[in-house]
Design a protein around this ligand. Structure first.
Ligand code: HPA
Ligand code: ZN
Length: 339
């Protein structure tokens, strides 16, 4: 099994309905009406509705233990698929909304990371993200908060939410985060086109979350490739939310062929029926990517990770160790390239 690393996943968005239900019951709160469809899955009909449903699910997450469990269960599931590293996008705006202190919020996530490392050998770090539609001033507040390093596992700053609020509103927030030595990434080029990606590239970012609509502007594709900007793409999320009609029409192979470094992410796994391993499978089945291509995806993620150099070296060593043990005894051995 190829070692995998993920840079684009929203922490509250990793919790499936079953876990949200368990947490709600534990906290003595009712499940928010409208959150689930009749089939028990998260209910939404478009991107903005998705963000609303996401907020409903997040509203029952109330304690450090909740954040610990969500983090642990997600990392454990990724480890089962060969994941060795995940950068979890945390949202202090959501934690603050339920009255959770920073200490509880990050303490819970960090406990989940520590327990998952102990039990499953997977590493995790935290990206602090502001909600875009709360505006530039709020993002400045969140950036100051991230710059103060609320926990040693905080390594990056990002922006999620409604992409229609342009990147230009967030110059100050990104300057604060960048000056504090945090890695910076922004959602762009998912709902908005090349113009918003160009604006995003004025910020001190080394990565874009999605960025796939760059394909509409060949000069922009060239610039992204030349500057070594990494695109953290989520093909299943894009198709489920209707950015592209089908995987066959997704531009990922063209972006890669143009020399852009791409990684794979699940975005909000249970909402989109995605998993990190599933995204690797999609690229194999849909785009014909072989083991070497897929290993390059993991290499791109490790290279673009916001972690310290010591951890990056460890992750590279694990990737080059060869296939992770998975198959029945005797079926694969060291140096075998089998997935
Ligand atoms: N996109 C943008 N904002 C988000 C997402 C997403 O997938 N999940 C949570 N906030
Ligand atoms: Zn996202």
């Amino acid at each position: 099994m190829i070692a995998k690393a993920e840079l684009h996943v929203h922490l509250e968005g990793t919790a499936p309905p079953e876990l949200i239900g368990r947490i709600a019951a534990r906290n003595g709160v009712a499940l928010p009406p409208g959150m689930l469809a009749a089939d028990g899955r998260f209910h939404y009909t478009n991107f903005l509705h998705f963000l609303e449903t996401y907020d409903l699910a997040a509203s029952v997450i109330r304690t450090a233990e909740d954040y610990r469990d969500i983090t642990y269960e997600y990392l454990a599931s990724v480890a089962q698929e060969g994941g060795i590293y995940v950068e979890l996008t945390a949202s202090p705006d959501h934690a603050t909304a339920v009255g959770l202190s920073d200490e509880e919020h990050y303490g819970g996530i960090a406990a989940g990371i520590d327990d998952a490392r102990r039990d499953h050998g997977i590493e995790g770090r935290i990206i602090v993200s502001a909600v875009r539609n709360y505006g530039g001033e709020n993002a400045v507040r969140v950036a100051h908060h991230a710059a103060a390093r609320p926990h040693p596992y905080v390594v990056g700053f990002g922006l999620a939410g409604d992409e229609r609020v342009p990147p230009t509103e967030f110059a100050q927030a990104f300057a604060i985060a960048h000056d504090a030595g945090l890695g910076c990434s922004i959602h762009a080029g998912e709902w908005e086109g090349p113009r918003s990606i160009r604006a995003a590239l004025e910020l001190p970012v080394t990565r874009l979350d999605h960025g796939v609509r760059a394909i509409e502007d060949p000069k922009l594709v060239e610039e992204i490739a030349d500057r070594g900007i990494t695109l953290n793409t989520c093909p299943t999320s894009n198709v489920v939310l209707g950015v592209y009609p089908s995987l066959a029409e997704h531009p990922l192979p063209h972006l890669r062929a143009a020399g852009i470094r791409v990684t794979l992410g699940s975005d909000d796994p249970p909402y989109f029926g995605a998993t990190l391993g599933g995204e690797y499978d999609v690229c194999r089945a849909q785009f014909g990517w072989d083991d070497q291509h897929l290993r390059e995806v993991t290499t791109a993620a490790i290279d673009a990770a916001f972690c310290d150099e010591e951890l990056r070296a460890q992750l590279r060593a694990r990737l080059h160790e060869g296939p992770l043990a998975e198959a029945p005894a005797g079926a694969t051995g060291p140096g075998d390239n089998g997935e």
